[in-house]
Design a protein around this ligand. Structure first.
Ligand code: CA
Length: 220
C-alpha cells in the first residue's frame, strides 16, 4: 500500500485531505506541524508527501529541505495560499517536486499525487530487477526495455508498488483511468492481457501479473 505523508496545520483541511486519500486506499500519516513532520516522516518514510508551506512553527520550505537532508526520498507536493511565481520558484529550490495553490480541487490534488506516486514507485527496486522508467513509459529488465501505453504503465505501476499483495480491481481502475471513467471488467482484463503479452518480452523467470479470481491481480 502506498503511504502518503500529510503535513497541514489547518485541522479541517487536514481531515478532508486525509479522508480523501484513505477513500482511495492510501495509507496516511498526517501531522500538523513541521516538527512533527520531521519526526514522523523520517521514521515512516512515506511514498509521497503533501506539505503545507505556511506552518505555525517552521516554513514549509525549510521542512522540505530538512526532510531531504534527513534521508527522506519521497517526492514532495507543496500546498500554499501563496501562488506567486517567486514562491513557486522558492518551493522548487527547496526540493519540492510539485506545487498546488489553495484553494484547490481534491481531484487535482489526487491526480498530482498519483503522478508523484508513479515516480516514487519507478524509483523503487523490485525483487527481480524489473523496474518502471517513467521517462519512457517502459518496463525495463536488464538490457531489455518494453514500451507501455500510459494506461498500461499506470496499472502496472500500481501492481508493482506492492509486490506479493493483491490489488483490487477497483484500485487498478482508479490508478489507470481518470476519475469517473466507466471501465468494465472486460476492459481491465484486456489491459492486463496486453501487459502480460508485453512482459513476455522480458527475460524469463521474472515477476509476473497473476490473477486472483473475483478479487484482482497480484505482481509476484
Ligand atoms: Ca497553513
Amino acid at each position: 500500500m502506498t503511504t502518503i505523508g500529510v503535513c497541514e496545520d489547518d485541522a479541517q483541511l487536514r481531515s478532508v485531505i486525509t479522508r480523501a486519500f484513505k477513500a482511495e486506499d492510501f495509507d496516511v500519516v498526517s501531522v500538523a506541524t513541521g516538527a512533527e513532520a520531521l519526526r514522523a516522516f523520517v521514521e515512516r518514510q512515506p511514498d509521497v508527501i503533501v506539505l503545507d508551506l505556511g506552518l505555525p512553527d517552521v516554513d514549509g520550505r525549510d521542512v522540505c529541505l530538512a526532510l531531504k537532508a534527513n534521508g527522506v526520498v519521497a517526492p514532495v507536493l507543496m500546498l500554499t495560499a501563496r501562488t506567486g511565481v517567486h514562491h513557486k520558484v522558492a518551493g522548487f529550490e527547496a526540493g519540492a517536486d510539485d506545487y498546488l495553490g489553495k484553494p484547490f480541487a481534491l481531484a487535482e490534488l489526487m491526480a498530482r499525487v498519483r503522478v508523484l506516486e508513479r515516480r516514487a514507485i519507478a524509483m523503487r527496486p523490485t525483487p527481480e530487477g524489473a523496474r518502471l522508467d517513467p521517462a519512457t513509459h517502459a518496463v525495463v529488465d536488464g538490457e531489455v526495455s518494453v514500451a507501455l501505453t500510459p494506461t498500461e504503465f499506470a496499472v502496472l505501476a500500481r501492481l508493482m508498488s506492492v509486490p506479493g499483495e493483491v490489488v483490487r480491481r477497483r484500485a487498478l481502475v482508479a490508478a489507470g483511468w481518470p476519475d469517473g471513467a466507466i471501465v468494465s471488467d472486460n476492459t481491465l482484463d484486456s489491459y492486463v492481457r496486453r501487459i502480460r503479452n508485453k512482459l513476455s518480452g522480458l527475460p524469463e523467470g521474472g515477476p509476473r501479473v497473476e490473477t486472483v479470481h473475483g478479487v484482482g491481480y497480484v505482481w509476484r
